[in-house]
Design a protein around this ligand. Structure first.
Ligand code: 26Q
Length: 824
């Protein structure tokens, strides 16, 4: 497609592999700093990081190339993880761990007045995701490389990642995160593999020379997609997998026309439109419906990635599509890239001239879909009118898929027109919409949820009709997290202790962590003491972070009670605050016999347009102000809101946490993954019977978990007839808390600002049933507090939590995806 002549670099003779001793690293580092970056006398701290990253990247290159070569061989079946989000965080420390170069790198910096830790701090987080779903994609990539699975990640190279959160007067303020400002030393651009992506225009139906009906998508506005590759290193193996991120730019042709017409401004605007596609990550972690640019992003990713895979296929296997499905499988991370179902059909039909039957067989053998939500309001829908304007050919194909599908439904349930309506991919209402989840289910051979309960509830509820139709399609894949980042990197103290005790195998095979069970008994005084001391050191590190970011001082001797995650009503940060207010009331009433001092930490971002979530942040800050400034209270209780929660912050937070708050309304949190990071690092969980909490509870045992609250079925039942006043009337503790909130105690100079929060708590339509779980939450908190006072018992439970976390490694999750879905 491009007029450039790309040179064949494979004929250039190989050079000797680069050495990996500290001296060579040091030389490489100096060369980069001086010869490449031009810093002979002075440089910014960032340049030191940059020079070291480039030095390490050099060592990655040859392995990366070799991995590509292996994967390119004919007969290698590959999986493609398609995701609008990859929440990677920092890379340098991770590569050093995986390449086992930390010691050498540290030595290479000797004589240079900079510590490796400070240098690593210079790297900005790659925050290309909102939360759980994006971080999961990053953990998956890590595990696939470690397991040597040929998996390529496909995503968007957002110029601006997740916004930076500032707190001003207690309110969230968003700031753009220009993470690429100083360049990205890890990425390699590959303009030779650019792709054209079409938008707009119209379709032309015609008969080809054999009289077969064909369709051409004409008069489109095209955008170029340029791939930028990021290396994903495996742990202590030679594998470097690829995360391929697309950047959008304008086509030259497109601009030239406008220039020639003398329309400079229009040309610039067109260029702008094209470049906007990969400009910014949408900061909502529930679908925000109808935004045209978001749909463009989705199609941009799907189209560029599919064409890339097709290109690879034709390069290695020729144009024989009869075997395409044997060697390729796509995993769609939620419905976000689901337009890929229609796009693959379009490519096979219109570009490769396959028949509908052939194209559909290939599509439904290569597409797999993962669902991440049970909230019906979060299911993606796109207006048909928008689709027709932006992607007219794809809309035609979706109609055709739906027609054939509804025919199948009609044959299965004759005369059941209600069911046909319910199951239709097109929602027939005044404003017709495409139900992306249904398109994904119909077009995929596998549909999975992300925790046992979640997968069960999907089949009982949202996807019930589809499960009846195709029971074999639906399966569960419980989430995990990578132990490399979340233990080995985040918690070096604990890692060393674990390795000293049970050997190093746990890093690549977390099932080994169970051997820690033997150390849990308090008879192991020495081990207990080491475990405790490490937690203390990690708490000090976390306290320092809190102090730096908020000015609030946490006492490392007190319990660290932490809830960090996106701010959402269903996650019930409000319930947490109600408990804090309850503790405050108790202290003020002198009800402090056998008190357990606590530091309560809450962190997380609110979607910029989510009023209630933003108000919750303000409430945390206002309560914190009152609690922390009261000398009667602040020796027993402190509260802080940590601004700008992100991956790097979690690397400090999870090792320093005693009590992990996982308190969503049962049946609403698909899985949760923060819960797993805390558990691995020896935190105990206070949680509802929801998502992966249930599996954590099963693994660690009820005596080592503070369970409370309604079950999912009880939630559904109570929602029919919920009377919050009833709970207030019958619980003096709750009454006292509500009184304080309602009399404006936490907003003395800001009258009425929390009225919306109060109204939602008191509403019989409060879906999240916050007040219904108040009593059992407070009681569970009391149990946790009592347990914490018994150090021996607490440390024992802490060890047991880590020891029981083996199941929650993404290595296990990826093995299950591979065994049941990908079969690589
Ligand atoms: C959709 C359309 C338009 C704009 C934004 C979005 C959008 C973006 C992100 C919708 C949802 C998300 C993210 C969802 C998410 O993070 N879900 C979480 O996924 C985790 C991994 O499976 C689970 O552990 C969590 O329970 C789930 O909430």
């Amino acid at each position: 497609m491009s007029n450039q002549n790309w040179l064949n670099t494979s004929k250039i003779p190989e050079t000797d592999p680069l050495h990996e001793d500290s001296r060579s690293l040091s030389e490489g580092f100096h060369r980069y700093l001086r010869n490449h970056l031009g810093h002979f006398l002075s440089c910014a701290p960032y340049n030191i990081y940059e020079a070291m990253a480039l030095t390490i990247r050099d060592r990655i290159m040859i392995r990366w190339f070799n991995t590509w070569q292996r994967h390119k061989q004919p007969g290698v079946r590959k999986a493609y993880y398609m995701s609008l989000e990859f929440l990677i965080g920092r890379a340098l420390g991770n590569h050093l761990l995986n390449l086992d170069l930390e010691k050498e790198t540290r030595e290479a910096l000797n004589g240079f007045s900079v510590e490796l830790e400070d240098l690593m701090e210079q790297e900005p987080d790659a925050g290309l995701g909102n939360g759980g779903l994006g971080r999961l994609a990053a953990c998956f990539m890590d595990s696939c490389a470690t397991l040597e699975l040929p998996v390529i990640g496909y995503g968007i190279r957002y110029e601006y990642g997740m916004f930076r959160q500032l707190i001003k007067h207690g309110y969230q303020v968003e700031e753009p995160d220009h993470w690429l400002r100083d360049g990205n030393p890890w990425e390699v651009s590959r303009p030779e593999y650019q792709q054209l992506v079409h938008f707009g225009g119209h379709t032309v139906h015609y008969k080809d020379k054999d009289g077969i009906e064909r369709v051409r998508w004409a008069d489109t506005n095209d955008v170029i997609a340029i791939p930028y590759d990021m290396p994903i290193s495996g742990y202590c193996n030679e594998t470097i997998n690829t995360l391929r991120l697309w950047k959008s730019t304008a086509t030259e042709i497109f601009n030239l026309d406008e220039f020639n017409a003398g329309d400079y401004a229009d040309a610039v605007e067109a260029k702008n439109d094209a470049e906007h596609i990969s400009m910014v990550l949408y900061p909502n972690d529930a679908s925000e419906n109808g935004k045209e640019l978001r749909l463009k992003q989705q199609y941009f990713l799907a189209s560029a990635s599919l064409h890339d895979v097709i290109r690879l296929w034709e390069e290695t296997d020729g144009a024989d599509y009869s075997r395409f499905a044997e060697f390729n499988v796509f995993q769609m991370n939620d419905t976000h890239p689901t337009i890929a179902v229609a796009e693959l059909m379009r490519i096979l039909l219109d570009e490769k001239q396959l028949s509908w039957k052939e194209a559909w067989a290939i599509t439904t053998k290569t597409m797999a879909y993962t669902n991440h939500t049970l909230l019906p309001e979060a299911l993606e829908r796109w207006p048909v009118s928008l689709m027709e304007r932006l992607l007219p050919r794809l809309m035609e194909i979706i109609y055709q898929i739906n027609k054939i599908f509804l025919h199948e439904v009609a044959l299965r349930w004759p005369g059941d027109t209600k069911r046909q309506q319910r199951m239709s991919i097109i929602e027939e209402s005044e404003h017709k919409q495409v139900r992306m989840a249904y398109l994904a289910i119909v077009g995929s051979f596998s549909v999975n949820g992300v925790a046992k309960l979640h997968s069960d509830l999907l089949c009982e509820g949202l996807f019930r009709d589809f499960c009846e139709l195709w029971p074999g399609k639906f399966n569960n894949k419980t989430n995990g997290v990578t132990p490399r980042r979340w233990i080995a990197r985040a918690n070096p103290g604990l890692s060393q202790l674990i390795t000293d005790q049970i050997g190093y195998e746990w890093v690549a095979d977390l099932s080994h962590i169970k051997y820690l069970n033997e150390c849990a008994s308090p008879d192991n005084k020495e081990f207990h003491k080491k475990w405790f001391d490490i937690k203390q050191a990690n708490k000090k590190r976390l306290a320092q972070l809190v102090l730096d970011k908020t000015g609030i001082e946490f006492d490392p001797k007190a319990m660290f009670d932490v809830q960090v995650k996106r701010i959402h009503e269903y996650k019930r940060q409000l319930l947490n605050i109600l408990h804090v207010i309850h503790l405050y009331v108790r202290i003020k009433n002198g009800d402090t016999k056998n008190w357990t001092a606590r530091n309560v930490l809450i962190g997380g971002k609110a979607a910029p347009g989510y009023h209630m979530a933003k108000l919750i942040i303000k409430l945390v800050n206002n309560v914190a102000e009152i609690v922390n400034s009261d000398p009667d209270v602040n020796t027993k209780l402190r509260l802080a809101f940590l601004p700008n929660y992100n991956v790097s912050a979690m690397e400090i937070i999870s090792p320093g946490t005693d009590l992990s708050e996982q308190i969503s309304t049962a049946g609403k949190e698909a899985s949760g993954t923060g819960n797993m990071k805390f558990m691995m690092n020896g935190a105990l969980t206070i949680g509802t019977y929801d998502g992966a909490n249930i599996e954590i509870l099963e693994q660690v045992g009820e005596e080592n978990f503070f369970l409370f609250g309604l079950r999912a079925n009880e939630v559904t039942e109570l929602q029919q007839n919920y009377d919050p006043q009833h709970y207030i009337n019958n619980d003096p503790d709750l009454q006292a808390v509500m009184n304080l909130l309602e009399c404006g105690h936490f907003n003395l100079f800001e009258p009425g600002i929390f009225q919306d929060v109060i109204n939602s708590l008191r509403s019989p339509y409060d879906q999240w049933l916050t007040l219904a779980d108040f009593r059992s939450y407070v009681d569970a908190q009391e149990k946790a507090a009592a347990c914490y006072r018994n150090r021996k018992k607490w440390v024992q439970k802490s060890i047991l939590n880590t020891a029981s976390s083996g199941y929650f490694s993404t290595d296990r999750t990826m093995q299950e995806y591979n065994n049941d879905i990908w079969k690589l």
